[in-house]
Design a protein around this ligand. Structure first.
Ligand SMILES: CC(=O)N[C@H]1[C@@H](OP(=O)(O)OP(=O)(O)OC[C@H]2O[C@@H](n3ccc(=O)[nH]c3=O)[C@H](O)[C@@H]2O)O[C@H](CO)[C@@H](O)[C@@H]1O
Length: 364
């Protein structure tokens, strides 16, 4: 089977595509893949590390306000379409899958225009602009939340969940802990701000570092690549407690999450799919800077049934965060309830559902 994939900008769009690739590889081992990503997105690095053939487009997103930049964006889109058509004619995919982010716009659009079977995957409960645009042209729309169904043509939409949920299921907790320098027997909190890190979360963690030294669990704190040096400068002054390990980025999240008792993070949809697949309780700080405030909606779905506590970014500080962490890890009953609520929200067989959708579409 020949599968072309596109999606990117941030990890939340890239890891679901890689999970689809791994699922197909397991079932149809001689399949071939081509990933088309943005020149400046995180996908350059992440996809190449996985040894997946990669081509790139220069692409940007629309500004909401009228501006000359939008004219350039339209030109880049049109150039992206014609470059994608060349990739498609050369690679000859049986199917094209887009997982969101600006870059998959021209790729999936070009595929649909050339008559190739096309699918988009939407991770969020409120869809992004690119997927809304593409939904008019594609054959199927796979969604991760029921709430997203209403935004797409009824006859095309299928609830699959997020394929990354399946990928994290078989993580090796000891390996993940050893790789990051964590102890094997302590309760573990993982803190990160999505795939790129988030300054307000970093500030809150720096604000509670001194108090973290007095707790009996351990913390793996991921700053995000671009924030790492600034954070480490500040930490030089604040001091780094022994039970707090700080990293810029972790490539092997499945093994790390397998050993996590609690996660503190933004409310990106792919992170949420991972948490609920594993039943990890969470404290979510939705980013208020995303389209239609979709992270808040993602987080609300979990908080409503008790799997997560939401802290709004405006209310976030080190003291509050530590208090909430303690309220979960310090009380076995609370942890168990949140764990069960989290499991009940997961779709762990999402990757298989996407594979089936694809196989049915192309009759294989
Ligand atoms: C600012 C922005 O536009 N964010 C969006 C983006 O977020 P973002 O890319 O942050 O997405 P998510 O939080 O959904 O996913 C992050 C992914 O990166 C992984 N990870 C994270 C840190 C790390 O060190 N290593 C690592 O591998 C996580 O395990 C997860 O698989 O895509 C999501 C999915 O469409 C959206 O819901 C988010 O709103």
């Amino acid at each position: 089977m020949r599968v072309m994939l596109s999606g990117g900008g941030t990890g939340g769009h890239i890891y679901p595509a890689i999970a689809v690739i791994n699922e197909i590889k397991r079932h149809v081992p001689d399949s071939e893949f081509l990933y088309v990503g943005a020149k400046n997105g995180l996908e350059q690095d992440i996809v190449k590390r996985e040894n997946i053939p990669f081509e790139s487009l220069h692409i940007t997103g629309f500004k909401r306000k009228l501006s000359f930049e939008n004219v350039k964006t339209i030109n880049r889109f049109l150039r992206g379409v014609s470059k994608s058509k060349k990739f498609i004619k050369r690679f000859k995919p049986d199917v094209i899958i887009g997982t969101g982010g600006y870059v998959c716009g021209p790729v999936v659009y070009a595929g649909a225009k050339l008559g190739i079977p096309t699918i988009i995957h939407e991770q969020n409960s409120i869809p992004g602009l690119t997927n809304k645009f593409l939904s008019r042209y594609v054959d199927r729309v796979a969604v991760s939340f029921e709430a997203a169904e209403a935004f797409f043509p009824k006859q095309k939409v299928v609830l699959t969940g997020n394929p990354r949920a399946s990928e994290v299921l078989n993580g090796d907790a000891s390996k993940g802990k050893k790789e990051s320098g964590l102890s094997l027997d302590k309760k573990t909190v993982i803190i990160f701000g999505g795939s790129r890190g988030a300054r307000p979360i970093n500030d809150a963690v720096i604000g509670m570092l001194k108090d973290l030294a007095n707790i009996d669990y351990q913390v793996l704190y991921i700053t995000g690549d671009v924030h790492y040096n600034t954070v480490m400068e500040k930490i030089k002054q604040a001091g780094n407690p022994q039970n707090v390990i700080i990293k810029p980025f972790i490539h092997n999240m499945p093994d790390l999450l397998a050993g996590a008792d609690l996660v503190v993070s933004r409310a990106g949809a792919t992170t949420i799919a991972e948490l609920t697949a594993l039943g990890i309780p969470s404290i979510l700080i939705p980013s208020p800077y995303v389209t239609n405030n979709h992270q808040e909606k993602n987080a609300e779905a979990l908080a409503k049934n008790g799997a997560s506590i939401i802290i709004k970014e405006n209310d976030l500080n080190g003291h509050k965060l530590l208090k909430e962490i303690d309220s979960i890890l310090g009380d076995e009953k609370t942890w168990k309830k949140m764990h069960e609520a989290s499991v009940s929200q997961g779709i762990p067989d999402a990757a298989a559902r996407v594979r089936t959708l694809m196989a049915n579409l192309i009759n294989r």
